[in-house]
Structures are given as C-alpha cells and as structure tokens.
Design a protein around this ligand. Sequence first.
Ligand SMILES: [Zn+2]
Length: 405
Amino acid sequence: MTTLVTGIGELATLDDSLDGADHDEGLGLLHDAAVVVDDADEVLWVGPASAAPAADRRRDVGGRAVIPAFVDSHTHLVFAGDRSREFAARMTGTAYDGGGISTTVAATREASDEELRVLLRERVDEMRRQGSNVIEVKSGYGLTVDGEERALRLAREVTDEVTFLGGHVVPVEFASRRDEFVDLVTGPMLGAAREHARWIDVFCEPHSAHAFTGEEARTILEAGRAAGLGLRVHGNQLGPGPGVRLAVELAAASVDHCTHLTVADVDALAAASETTVATLLPGVEFSTRSPYPDARALVDAGVTVALATDCNPGTCYSSSMPFVIALAVREMGLTPAQALRAATVGAAASLRRSDIGVIRVGAQPGLTTLDAPSHLHLAYRPGVPLARLLDLSAPPLLDSREPPT
Ligand SMILES: [Zn+2]
C-alpha cells in the first residue's frame, strides 16, 4: 500500500541533488511539500504538494516540518540495572574513569534473556517515540562468550546494525591477565559473535585501566576485520590517545567520542572524510560534566561528522536525538542545519549507508514529524517532545491539528 504524506510545511530532504529545493544549508529544503512512501518506508516520490501523484491513502500532517528519521549510530541498549547513584556521585565531584561498566556487566549477567529482551524493546520504542528509526546496538555487558553471543542475538532482533563490543572493558576477573582477555575476545568470543554482528568496536583509552591500549585495540580490530566485520572505535574520550589515528589507519567506518583531539587527529580525520566518520556524543559530555569537542572546527576542517546518543546506563542514559542536536548547537558550535545533517546523513555515513538519513526516491529512512513549523525548533526548543517517527499504520489522531508556532 502507498501513502501520500502531504501538508508538510517544511520538508528537510537532506538530498543535495533534489531539483527545486533550497540547498543553502545542505538540507535540501522544500516548502508545502509531499512525499509518497510504501509500507516498507521506501520513498517513491518527493516534491511540491501541488504536483503530488495519487496514492492508496493520504496522510495530512497539518503543516508540520518533516525530516528523515534520525539515525542513532551508537547505542548500548542491551543491559540490565541502572547506575543512577553513580551519576549522582559524579555530579558531586567523583570523576568518571570507565570503571562503572563492571556494575552493569554484573547486573546484565544476572538477567534472563526475556528480561533483557523486554528492556531492549522498551528502549527502542522510546527512541522511536522521539523520531529515531535505524539504531545501531552494541554488546559489551556480557564479556563472556555466552554473554556476548546472547546480547548480539537479542540486538539482532531489533536491528541489522549490530556491533560486537567484547573489547568494552577488561572484566575484573581478568585485571591481572589482560592478554588472556584479548585472546578470548579475538578467539572464541569473536567466533560466537560473527554470526550476529556486522561491526566490531573497542574502547581504546590509555587513560583508563579498564579500557584497551592502542596495541590491544589494534589486535582486536584486526581480528574483527579478518572475520569479515566492519570496524568502529571508541576513541579519545577521556584524553588524547591513539584511537582516532588507529581508526583512520585501519579505515574504520567511525571513531566515536573524539572529545580530546590534537591538530594531527583533526588533520587525519579530514584526510579520511570519505572513509572514517567522527561520531560525536555530546550527551556523554553533558552527563559526565566533561568539556565538549569543537564540532564546528571539525566541520570547517572537512571532517564528516555524525551525532548519536551513546545511550547507555553509565555515561549518558538518554535516548533522545533532539536533545543531542540541541547540545551540539548550544555547546559544540554547530548550526542547526549542520547538527541535523550530522544526526541523519552523517550518522548514515558512519554505518556506510546511503539508503537512510535522506528523503530521496529509493531510500528507506522512515519519516519523522516535528510539532513545529521548522527543523530549527529542534535546537530552539530543547527538552520539548516535538519529534516522533511517523507511524503510517496508526490512526492519524493529531494530524489535522495545526502545529504550534
Ligand atoms: Zn559507547
């Protein structure tokens, strides 16, 4: 069945080749627009409402702005327990060093498959209610062969973008046997993971005793690549380090956090802009009270930038891409248009995808409506629940209502 979505006050297509669109800020904007989609979210037509073709049914969004659904390219959604007390302690001065992950590992190991499945699905639903569609999900709170296999199998139930993060932290039981843990990750754990995962990731952070050095990270990533997985890296979160340049050297699809970058790191990312995306996670800086990276400087240098939530129980328990956009604009120097690009096409690039994050014929982004006349309201009205994934199977309860201005 095809649906004509019409009454779109402002359509941000993110398609830089769309005829008749305003390309000044790279959003491919159309006004008084319409989109025809099928039940698989595939876009069949985009253009002015006055020229829209007929479809099996019609959905009028009442003058709202419409954007491609957000792509959340970095999440850790398969976990049990919470770390609200750790957060409270951090807010009164306790520094974050990556050690709290073991608390979540213990709680996750105790949870049943069904408990984890319910928690995961609730979190995915929460993201969709805030306008995200395609979501990357990492393992990393099992840290045994069976525990990682289980997390990846459950993640695969909700997304194709599944990432094996056996190299999340060195578990406490391996603290004095780090080499043995790297052998476990690159051997039996990877063997169990490859059936479910598309990506491998590692927490490369020489400033934390719980994370992995550059050489350990290289060993893990090279093993993943040999097993046919694409590469992602957690790098340069807690201080300058080898993560960014290791990611660039190994042609990883994404290096994430990038909180502490040297000039040489920025130059390397700019030279690799077709290959390696810098995924910024400002919710983490917010939730750990850390300095924000200068995202504007990265964009100006020619780096491909993505934004994601890093939704996880320790350093950023937020599922909200609009919140991330507001932070990127307010705290990291991006324009609203640059932030929206980073949260859609930028994040899609970090997953090596061109079929999401853009409203273009043949793409399957999912459409997100804003209870607002313009995408500018995402940063202008922080904390207000404006964005929601358009569910064409649900009755159009609110669609005739005029959006607030
Ligand atoms: Zn992360």
